[in-house]
Design a protein around this ligand. Structure first.
Ligand SMILES: NC(=O)c1ccc[n+]([C@@H]2O[C@H](COP(=O)([O-])OP(=O)(O)OC[C@H]3O[C@@H](n4cnc5c(N)ncnc54)[C@H](O)[C@@H]3O)[C@@H](O)[C@H]2O)c1
Length: 335
C-alpha cells in the first residue's frame, strides 16, 4: 500500500498531512476544489509546499460533482479531509453548502470507494459532534451537535459507519479538537488573535461566559491521520484526537501577548449560536489503537504559529504561490 488519495489537500490540516506523507515515502493524489471559504491564495501557498515532490499529484476537482471513480485508480487508501468548516457561520441560508461539501461529497466518495475498494478510509470528524458537556468527552458520550456544521460532520461520520458495517469498508473516523498551528484557517480563534495583535487592533471575543478549548497541535493531528492508514483497527473505528488539557480563552490571549509582546485589546461580542462552553477530549482509545500521544504543548505550538504569521508578513504572497509548477498552473485558473 503506497498511494493515498488526500482530499482537502490544500487546506490547513491537509497540507500538514501531505507533508508528513511525503516525508514517509507515500505517493499522494491530492484533491481539492480550492473553495473560496477563505482566500484561495492561501491554499495555493499550501500546495506549493507539496508540489515540488515527484510523489505528489494534484487534481483540482469538486467531490460533490466530479466523476470520482477514475480518481481512485491505483489508490490504496483515502484520507478524506475536504469539508466546509466553520461552526458559527453554518446557520441560515448557507446550509446547502454544508450539505454539499460535508454530506453529499462524503457519500459520493464512499460510493466510488465501494466500486473501487481501498485498504483504508480515514475520515476527518470533529469534536462538534458532541452535545454540551462540561465534562470529558469520550467516544461513547452523547452525540448532540450544537450547530448545523456539527450535524453535517456527524452525518458524514454516520455514512462512513454505514459503509463500514454494510459495504466492508475498513474505516477510521477521527474527531479532531480545536486544531491550531502554522497555516491555521483565518476564521479560527488563535489566527484571529495573533493577526489582531500584530495589526494593533482589538480581538473579538464572543459570549459572556469564559470558554475553554482543548487545543491540539496540527502536526500531532497529522501524525494521528497518517498512523490511521496502517493501524490494525476494527471497521468503523471512531477515535478522539485531543491534546487533553482545556485552556480558557483569556489565558490564550495572555499567551499570545507574551509570545508577541504587547497588549491585546478585546472587543466583547454576543454569544454565537453553536459555540460550546468547553471541550475536553479523552484520547486514551487513540493511544491504545494507534499508539498516538500528543507531543506539542500549547506554548510551543503557539510560538510556532506566531513565527509563521510573522514570516508570512515578510514575504509577498505571489512569490510563494508561484513557487511550484502545480501551484503556478492552478493559480492561473482560480485567481
Ligand atoms: N481545523 C480544526 O480545528 C478542525 C476541527 C475538527 C474537524 N476538522 C475537520 O478537518 C478537516 C480539515 O479542516 P481544515 O481546518 O484544514 O479546513 P480547510 O478549509 O483549511 O480545508 C478544507 C479543504 O477542503 C476543500 N474542499 C471543501 N469542499 C470540497 C469539495 N467538495 N471538493 C474538494 N475539495 C473541497 C477546501 O477547498 C479546503 O482546501 C475538515 O473536514 C474539518 O471539518 C477541523
Amino acid at each position: 500500500m503506497n498511494t493515498v488519495m488526500l482530499t482537502g489537500v490544500a487546506g490547513f490540516i491537509g497540507s500538514h498531512v501531505g507533508e508528513m506523507l511525503l516525508e514517509r515515502g507515500w505517493r499522494i493524489r491530492g484533491v481539492d476544489a480550492l473553495t473560496d471559504t477563505y482566500d484561495p491564495a492561501a491554499k495555493l501557498r499550501n500546495l506549493a509546499l507539496l508540489d515540488h515532490s515527484p510523489l505528489f499529484e494534484f487534481v483540482h476537482a469538486d467531490l460533490a460533482t466530479a466523476d470520482l471513480r477514475p480518481l481512485l485508480d491505483g489508490v490504496d487508501a483515502v484520507i478524506h479531509l475536504a469539508a466546509e468548516p466553520g461552526v458559527s457561520k453554518s446557520w441560515g441560508t448557507v446550509f446547502p453548502t454544508y450539505v454539499n461539501r460535508n454530506v453529499l461529497s462524503t457519500q459520493r466518495l464512499l460510493e466510488a470507494v465501494a466500486e473501487r475498494p481501498v485498504d483504508r478510509f480515514v475520515y476527518a470528524s470533529s469534536s462538534s459532534v458532541y452535545g454540551p458537556n462540561s465534562g470529558t468527552m469520550h467516544e461513547s458520550s452523547v452525540l448532540a451537535p450544537l450547530s448545523p456544521y456539527g450535524v453535517s460532520k456527524l452525518a458524514g461520520e454516520c455514512l462512513v459507519g454505514a459503509y463500514a458495517q454494510e459495504r466492508q469498508l475498513s474505516s477510521v473516523s477521527l474527531r479532531f479538537f480545536s486544531v491550531y498551528g502554522p497555516r491555521q484557517r483565518p476564521d479560527m480563534a488563535i489566527h484571529r488573535f495573533v493577526e489582531a495583535l500584530l495589526d494593533g487592533r482589538p480581538a473579538e471575543i464572543y459570549g459572556q461566559q469564559v470558554q475553554l478549548r482543548d487545543f491540539t497541535y496540527v502536526e500531532d493531528v497529522a501524525a494521528a491521520v497518517v498512523g490511521s492508514l496502517t493501524a490494525s483497527v476494527a471497521p468503523g473505528t471512531v477515535l478522539n484526537i485531543a491534546y487533553g488539557d482545556p485552556v480558557a480563552i483569556p489565558d490564550v490571549l495572555r499567551m499570545v501577548e507574551a509570545e508577541i509582546g504587547g497588549r491585546l485589546d478585546v472587543a466583547q461580542r454576543p454569544h454565537r449560536a453553536g459555540d460550546t462552553g468547553r471541550t475536553h477530549g479523552d484520547s486514551s482509545a487513540a493511544r491504545e489503537v494507534l499508539g498516538w500521544v500528543p507531543t506539542v504543548d500549547l506554548a510551543t505550538g503557539l510560538a510556532r504559529q506566531v513565527a509563521w504569521h510573522r514570516a508570512l508578513r515578510q514575504r509577498p504572497v505571489e512569490t510563494v504561490a508561484a513557487a511550484g509548477p502545480v501551484a503556478a498552473d492552478v493559480r492561473r485558473q482560480v485567481l
